[in-house]
Structures are given as structure tokens and as C-alpha cells.
Design a protein around this ligand. Structure first.
Ligand SMILES: [Zn+2]
Length: 99
């Protein structure tokens, strides 16, 4: 049987008694055409397509334009992640109005 470890707390996930959750993360530079101030000659979409079509070794964490990652989480870490996906400090207000 395949064993999975939570990528957050490193605990072994017991698939007979709990669910393994998968987080897929994709971070990419917005191709915001309304912003004309930055590097007009750079075609981010083309760069991303190039990157995806290449077979050579790419370190996605070493790239400013496109990053992708996948994590296995246990139930506790999944709950924590969903309630605070951007890892904000607990004291920060989440923007809810009192009105
Ligand atoms: Zn965990």
C-alpha cells in the first residue's frame, strides 16, 4: 500500500481512517494589458507556453513568471490551510465589516 505523508506537519496520513487532501498551487504573473509601464516587449503568455512545452528540467520555484506546486495534506492541516490560505497572522482582521 502506498503511504502518504502530510507535506505540512510531516505526519503519516492513515488512509484507512482519514482523507488525504491535495492542494494544487499555481502562481503566475497577471497578463494585465492595462498596465503599460512595465516591459512592453515581454510576452508572459508566450514565456509560459514555451516553458510548458519544453521537456528540459525546469525549476518552477526559481521562476518569477510561473510557479506550480502540489501538496498532500492531512485533515488538520487542510482545515488550517482552508481557514487561512495566505498564512495571515491571526491578529490581522480579514476585512469583515461590523456593519
Ligand atoms: Zn498535516
Amino acid at each position: 500500500m502506498i503511504h502518504f505523508t502530510c507535506d505540512c506537519c510531516k505526519r503519516l496520513i492513515d488512509l484507512e481512517h482519514e482523507i488525504r487532501y491535495i492542494v494544487r498551487m499555481e502562481v503566475f504573473a497577471a497578463a494585465d494589458t492595462s498596465v503599460e509601464a512595465v516591459d512592453d516587449d515581454r510576452d508572459y503568455l508566450e514565456e509560459i507556453e514555451d516553458m510548458l512545452s519544453r521537456d528540459e528540467h525546469i525549476d518552477p520555484l526559481d521562476n518569477e513568471v510561473y510557479q506550480q506546486a502540489r501538496f498532500d495534506l492531512c485533515t488538520e492541516c487542510r482545515d488550517r490551510f482552508v481557514s487561512n490560505p495566505l498564512c495571515r497572522p491571526a491578529t490581522v482582521e480579514l476585512g469583515f465589516s461590523n456593519n
